[in-house]
Write a protein of this length. Structure first.
Length: 571
């Protein structure tokens, strides 16, 4: 599941103090899976919105007429809880949640920020279902009111957490807002009540805070922390919504609370309840899709138009289905035009601006499936634009400090260099992790990597020559199952930088130091994480080293994917 990412720190630095040329060589980690999630969201949101509107308008034959949203919400929320928690259980994801011991029993337990995010999600879930039940509002208008606000919120949150917004994300956002404006131009045909305004305001406020919590905790590549966020948020959100509804039903004071009580009692025996529960199950499924759309590492201003585009198109589809089945109003010309604008917005988000990398990913898929077509074999011709280094000038011939064993076949050696400050922590961990990843992809032993034509090395900007790897770094590698090999720190030199094919730096400062030493290396030098510096764990304890090593592993896989290094292929 390529969409599952992990920790992002609040201040992204990509794009700062870079020229346009150098920025073009530092690529974000991206994936095409977000499009599958968008499709899933569309497929589940269409029946959810259609069923909810049909129930609230009393369109389904053989039932008891219109059903208020406050009556629908309890059974819908219970079904959502059942669907969501069943999904997490089937996937085996409870292990990712934080745990605490109570009376000697370890139970899943959320962190403070994920608890708050869960409260926001519960608010979103409740207000969404209520929004579709208001009379006088079409499905498309409800979606426009909900999505228009989130489109504006997304770049605001990106600004708050320090994420760079790329041109195609801006283009998609403005195109989506244009679609929103077109639908709102039809507003004279709608009736917007005070209750609807309060509902939409609560929905947007919840999203404003949820996106910030999510951006700070989970929008990056590390699967474990992303799944931890997802599980902890969902174990709070849906159950909290059900508990609130049950509490209001028990209180039973006033019309609204009595309607909640009716939804939890008498309504359960009516055939309408089956359709309300089905809408809840659809909501659980679409909630899974949309959560992982938002958890994609890319900026919120990219993810939000994807989410909004899918939902607006689903509302458009649901409206046509209701019009066809129950003689309801068809979408207006303004709504049809807005749908076209949404499609154009999604076009700006398409993989076409990353065509070469999208094609490389498809090649990897075909290669892993064992397809041998010459046009699709990954690595049949190396896509690495760097240089192949003759053995006489390579690390195999005796680079200072460590001297790998060399390439016994006599083939040119391709070196991938990792750079940090002292070459005792981040870069040597990256070297080991990269060679382990090469071992897996080349399907050879770890010891044979440096004899197989491509391997990783490391160096420091200001290293104490021959210093060993820090004990914490060694323990982190051992804990994660990577081999620990003898290490002696070396300084980066212009000659070494010239010899290697790629240079991956831990920070922007390291990259600047490399280019100051060898300006001609600009094309092959980039940050290991284009979005943010890989933080130095020195002095922060073993947990920080473990997190750093996991992050490096995720980033190494991403960079190797970009280099088209497929499994079983030696490039």
């Amino acid at each position: 599941m390529s969409q599952f990412r992990e920790f992002i720190r609040p201040h992204s630095r990509d794009g700062q103090h870079q020229t346009e040329d150098s920025r073009s060589n530092t690529h974000r980690r991206y994936g095409l899976g977000i499009w599958a999630l968008g499709l899933g969201f569309y497929l589940f949101y269409t029946p959810y919105s259609g069923l909810t509107k049909a129930l609230s308008n009393g369109l389904l034959p053989g039932l008891h007429g219109p059903v208020k949203g406050t009556v629908l919400l309890p059974i819908s929320a219970i079904a959502t809880v059942a669907g969501m928690l069943s999904f997490i259980t089937v996937m085996g994801w409870w292990k990712y949640a934080g745990h605490r011991e109570f009376f000697g029993i370890s139970v899943p337990f959320p962190r403070r920020l994920t608890f708050l995010s869960g409260v926001c999600m519960a608010t979103i879930m409740g207000t969404t279902t209520l929004a579709f039940s208001f009379g006088g509002l079409s499905i498309v208008l409800v979606l426009v009111l909900l999505r228009g606000g989130t489109l504006i919120i997304a770049p605001v949150v990106d600004r708050i957490v320090g994420r760079r917004v790329r041109w195609f994300s801006w283009a998609a956002m403005f195109m989506s807002l244009t679609a929103v404006a077109l639908v709102l131009s039809d507003a004279q045909h709608y009736q917007v009540t005070i209750a609807a305004v309060i509902d939409v305001a609560a929905y947007l406020t919840a999203y404003f805070f949820k996106l910030q919590f999510m951006s700070r905790l989970a929008k990056s590549d590390e699967k474990g922390a992303t799944l931890r966020y997802f599980v902890e948020e969902q174990m709070v959100a849906a159950p909290l919504l059900v508990l609130v509804v049950i509490a209001m039903a028990i209180v039973g004071t006033g019309d609204v609370m009595m309607e909640f009580r009716f939804g939890l009692t008498t309504f359960l025996a009516r055939p309408d309840a089956i359709f309300a529960a089905l809408a809840g199950f659809f909501y659980a499924a679409l909630c899974i899709c949309t959560t992982f759309i938002f958890l994609d590492r890319r900026e919120n201003t990219f993810c939000m138009p994807m989410h909004c585009g899918s939902s607006l198109l689903s509302g458009f589809t649901a409206t046509y289905i209701l019009a066809y089945l129950f003689d309801q109003n068809s979408p207006s010309s303004a709504q049809i035009t807005s749908a076209v604008m949404v499609v154009l917005a999604l076009g700006f988000l398409s993989p076409l601006h990353h065509f070469d990398r999208s094609l490389a990913k498809l090649k990897n898929v075909f290669a892993q499936l064992g397809l041998k077509s010459p046009a699709l074999v990954v690595g049949a011709k190396s896509s690495l634009p760097g240089r192949r280094v003759p053995v006489a000038r390579s690390a195999a011939a005796g680079l200072p400090g460590r001297g790998p064993a060399g390439n016994s076949s006599g083939k040119p050696v391709r070196l991938l260099l990792f750079v940090c400050s002292a070459n005792t922590c981040r870069s040597p961990m990256a070297e080991v992790i990269a060679n382990a990843e090469l071992s897996a992809r080349l399907q050879i032993s770890f010891a044979a990597v440096n004899k197989n034509g491509i391997h990783a090395i490391s160096a420091g900007i200001s290293a104490s020559v021959d210093a060993p790897m820090t004990p914490e770094a060694q323990r982190a590698l051992q804990y994660l199952g990577f081999p620990v090999v003898p290490h002696r720190a070396r300084n980066l030199t212009a000659d070494l930088a010239h010899q290697v094919e790629r240079i991956y730096c831990m920070t922007q400062a390291h990259r600047s130091a490399v280019l100051a030493m060898l300006p001609s290396a600009a094309e092959k030098t980039q940050c290991l994480d284009p979005d943010i510096d890989v933080q130095d764990p020195v002095g922060s304890g073993l947990d920080a080293y473990l997190q750093c090593a996991r992050n490096i592993h995720t980033l190494v896989r991403a960079r190797f994917d970009e280099l088209d290094l497929g499994y079983g292929v030696q490039g």
